[in-house]
Design a protein around this ligand. Structure first.
Ligand SMILES: Cc1cc2nc3c(=O)[nH]c(=O)nc-3n(C[C@H](O)[C@H](O)[C@H](O)COP(=O)(O)O)c2cc1C
Length: 356
């Protein structure tokens, strides 16, 4: 007898939950089953063919008669559990043609839309506290190809101020609900807002918080961006700790005048897609937004930098997202600088070593 290699256990009082992440099955074990499973993990050969509990383990594929080949992975267990656990998701009925897909999808949307949408914190912000942003400037004269060729990660920034119009341009084109696309017949009704980046299920589950250190006519602080209104609201003043402290010690970007924390509303994703696979989509969407932000900044003649190394708890506190279903995923910043890929401190060390 063999223990299935694709199991993990979860302590969910009063049960021990055994989760087969490959087959997408879960079992709640009572104390008797739990104790017996521990014995079998230690001695699989102790299996008793006529024992009811042992039989249950065989029937549930927790115990197998032949060895299940383990997946070659090459990474840690947590990433393996997550990735494999969200692969090949069960699909009750896979549509056979485009008509069937449309019917099924529309039914699904209508079913979702008939349930109350999770409340967006941004929607409850008092209008009197919104700070309107300037309309975006277009970045004519910058071809896409030229912008793509100039986008690069920079690690030295002067800290010089950016204009409020630059901020408006960056936010409208990366996260704003585009007025230019409002006339499109958006079906199903209720998922109609469109951004320049694609969005999983049209939910626009990703949102933005702005780190403002040096923008003309705007007090330094952490702001919430309201995509529909193209406006900001102040969440908190800047903390005493420099930005690098919030980004796992990457102090070389402390001078960044502006940054965007990209968050995702997991409640919104779960509302439409009640499967853990949707978690993957949050990061894919954040990646689209991050790249769009960088391309706009590049077209505005700014240097860009990005990171996923976040001091999550500290940032969540600063953004007022403690214990929230909205979580911060990524940071992208921009400013003026010489565009160097190496920070000046790292470059100095390398220069010294070269001299030796
Ligand atoms: C998901 C992701 C995470 C990254 N995290 C960091 C980071 O924490 N710190 C950093 O200095 N650069 C970070 N980078 C930037 C990469 O180091 C950079 O994109 C890479 O060296 C290629 O250089 P380029 O962007 O100039 O083409 C990250 C890039 C991506 C896509």
């Amino acid at each position: 007898m063999h223990i299935n290699p694709h199991l993990f256990m979860l302590a969910r009082p009063p049960y021990l939950v055994v989760w087969n992440y490959k087959d997408h099955t879960q079992y709640e074990l009572d104390p008797q089953h739990s104790r017996r499973l521990l014995q079998l993990i230690e001695h699989p050969k102790a299996y008793r063919p006529l024992d009811e509990i042992d039989d249950n383990f065989i029937n549930s594929n927790i115990l197998t008669t032949s060895k299940t080949p383990d997946t070659e992975w090459g990474w840690d267990e947590l990433s393996k559990i997550f990735h494999i656990g969200t692969k090949n998701i069960p699909c009750a009925h896979r549509p056979n043609d485009a008509h069937e897909w449309s019917r099924q999808y529309l039914d699904h949307c209508n079913e979702v839309l008939a349930t109350p949408a999770p409340i967006a914190r941004r929607g409850t912000w008092p209008a009197s506290e919104l700070i309107a942003l300037p309309a975006p400037n277009d970045t004519q004269g910058h071809t896409l190809v030229n912008t793509l060729l100039h986008r690069k990660t920079s690690r030295t920034f002067s800290g010089d101020a950016l204009s409020l119009t630059d901020l408006g341009t960056l936010l409208y084109f990366s996260l704003g609900h585009l007025k230019e696309r409002e006339c499109e017949a958006a079906s199903p009704h209720g998922l109609g807002a469109r951004r320049s980046s694609p969005s999983g299920g049209g939910l626009n589950a990703c949102e933005g918080f702005i780190y403002v250190r040096n923008v003309n006519d705007l007090a330094p602080g952490l702001y919430c961006y309201h995509s529909a209104e193209h406006a900001l609201s102040l969440v908190n003043p800047l903390p005493e700790d420099p930005l690098g402290q919030l980004l796992c010690g990457q102090h070389f970007i402390n001078e960044l005048p502006l940054g965007l924390f990209i968050s995702a509303r997991f409640d919104a994703l779960w509302w439409k897609y009640a499967h853990s696979r949707a978690y993957r989509m949050a990061y894919v969407e954040a990646g689209h937004i991050s790249q769009t932000f960088q391309l706009i900044a590049t077209a505005l003649g700014l240097s860009t930098w990005l990171t996923g190394a976040l001091m999550d708890d500290r940032i969540e506190t600063l953004l007022g997202l403690q214990r929230s279903t909205e979580q911060v995923l990524f940071f992208v910043g921009c400013g003026r600088g010489d565009g160097q890929a190496l920070s000046k401190e790292l470059q100095a060390l390398i220069d010294i070593e070269d001299l030796r």
